[in-house]
Write a protein that binds this ligand. Structure first.
Ligand SMILES: Nc1ncnc2c1ncn2[C@@H]1O[C@H](COP(=O)(O)OP(=O)(O)OP(=O)(O)O)[C@@H](O)[C@H]1O
Ligand SMILES: [Mg+2]
Length: 380
């Protein structure tokens, strides 16, 4: 856990780069710091490992002021990936990653094992990369090495200053996804600086939006998108924040699992009974064995003297369903493209697991009021 308490950084010329910052980052979470250039992100971060001194206030790490430990010891507990990667060009990849373990006087065998383990963790083949120099790697590979180096001595805390800032957007997305997978395994407490609001939404458990050395809003991505605290935040997150919010929500957390279904071998009377007893206008039909979606039957298609298989619309699930791990944003565009008011939700094997209505997605978007809640900070 990292806690900023009334932290101020004032430079000798009187300029306050950070002004009364209060921020609590819970253990194991990613806190994204975002804001315009010069708002104090790097300064805030570098006060944690004391590369920059604090003018007043304090920073607590697990409840202990960060001034209580000698600076070197403090920095060993805190991995640091700096803006613009910062690999040392005259050192091999292995030596770059081994920097902190060597400072800690690990024995060489342990260091070698750790380097290989980290290279694999960040998706680089140790046999190929270990002895190369930074300039022999692509930008994306160098960024991976930067992350591996920050993880070197397995520190509980990681400070990452625009760690993926120097690569193209596609590589960046790959690195973000890889990093989130790594974080699922290692569970570090991370402060992550970015300029990119989409990156912040994707990476952050919480987002801290800064401006002119002040914290403007500190909340989960969903709350920041749904309830920007003022015009500055609203402008910062952009005009398409409704869509961005829908992009955060997984269909499996939204779907309705109460609708009744029938199996392919059911009779038309079984379907008729469901239509009589419920308000459903369509019933999805699944395989009796593995519950894969086979099609549906509409209320209007109910005729006497026919079988279920004759009355049903048969369609491969891939054409009519959305996956349970899709986002609300993806589901919405699939439904609009297909002209569906209701769509079945399946797992990756095509097994029907629920349904989602267009109305549910619209209600979700409507919960996003365009009115701005002006409050007086209230961030801690
Ligand atoms: N030694 C110094 N003396 C006076 N002002 C300084 C000094 N060092 C930094 N600053 C100012 O402090 C402010 C905060 O700088 P900081 O590096 O924290 O910004 P940042 O939010 O990380 O910006 P960027 O997104 O561009 O990296 C800037 O306006 C900078 O000019
Ligand atoms: Mg910076």
């Amino acid at each position: 856990m990292i806690e900023f308490k009334n932290v101020v950084k004032q430079y000798p010329n009187g300029f306050r780069a950070v002004d009364d910052l209060n921020l609590l980052v819970p253990e194991g979470e990613i806190c994204v710091l975002i804001g315009p250039s010069g708002c104090g992100k790097t300064t805030s971060m570098r006060m944690i490992n004391r590369l920059i001194s604090i003018t007043s206030g304090e920073i607590l790490i697990d409840g202990q002021p960060n001034t209580e430990l000698p600076a070197e010891e403090l920095r060993r507990q805190i991995g640091y990936a700096i803006q613009q990667i910062g690999l040392l060009p005259h050192m091999t990849i292995a030596d770059n990653i081994a920097l902190v373990p060597r400072l800690l006087h690990w024995d060489e065998n342990r260091i070698r094992r750790r380097v290989d383990e980290l290279l694999e963790l960040v998706g680089l083949d140790p046999d190929i990369s270990r002895d190369k120099y930074p300039r022999q790697l692509s930008g994306g590979q160098q960024q991976r090495v930067g992350v591996a180096r920050a993880l070197g001595a397995d520190p509980p805390i990681m400070l990452m200053d625009e760690p993926f800032g120097a690569v193209d957007p596609i590589t960046r997305e790959v690195l973000q996804a890889e990093f989130l997978q790594i974080q699922e395994r290692v569970g570090k407490t991370i402060i992550f600086v970015t300029h990119d609001i989409d990156e912040a939404i994707k990476m952050g458990d919480r987002i801290a939006i800064m401006r002119d050395g002040h914290l403007v809003q500190y909340d989960t991505p969903d709350t920041i998108l749904a309830h920007p605290i003022n015009r500055f935040v609203r402008d910062f997150v952009g005009t398409d924040r409704t869509l961005k919010r829908l992009g955060l929500i997984r269909i499996k957390n939204l779907m309705d699992t109460s609708r009744r279904t029938v199996t392919l071998d059911a009779s038309i009377e079984d379907a008729a009974r469901i239509f009589r007893e419920s308000e459903q206008n369509c019933i999805f039909i699944v395989d009796k064995g593995d519950s894969t979606l086979k099609g549906w039957i509409d209320r209007e298609e109910m005729k006497e003297n026919t079988s279920l298989t004759e009355a049903m619309f048969e369609a491969p699930w891939i054409d009519i369903a959305v996956r349970d791990d899709a986002t609300a944003r993806e589901a919405l565009s699939a439904m609009v493209a297909r002209g569906f008011r209701i769509t079945p939700v399946v797992d990756r094997h095509g097994k029907l697991v629920g349904t989602i209505t267009l109305k549910a997605l619209q209600d979700l978007a409507a919960y996003d009021p365009d009115s701005i809640v002006e409050t007086s900070g209230g961030v801690a």
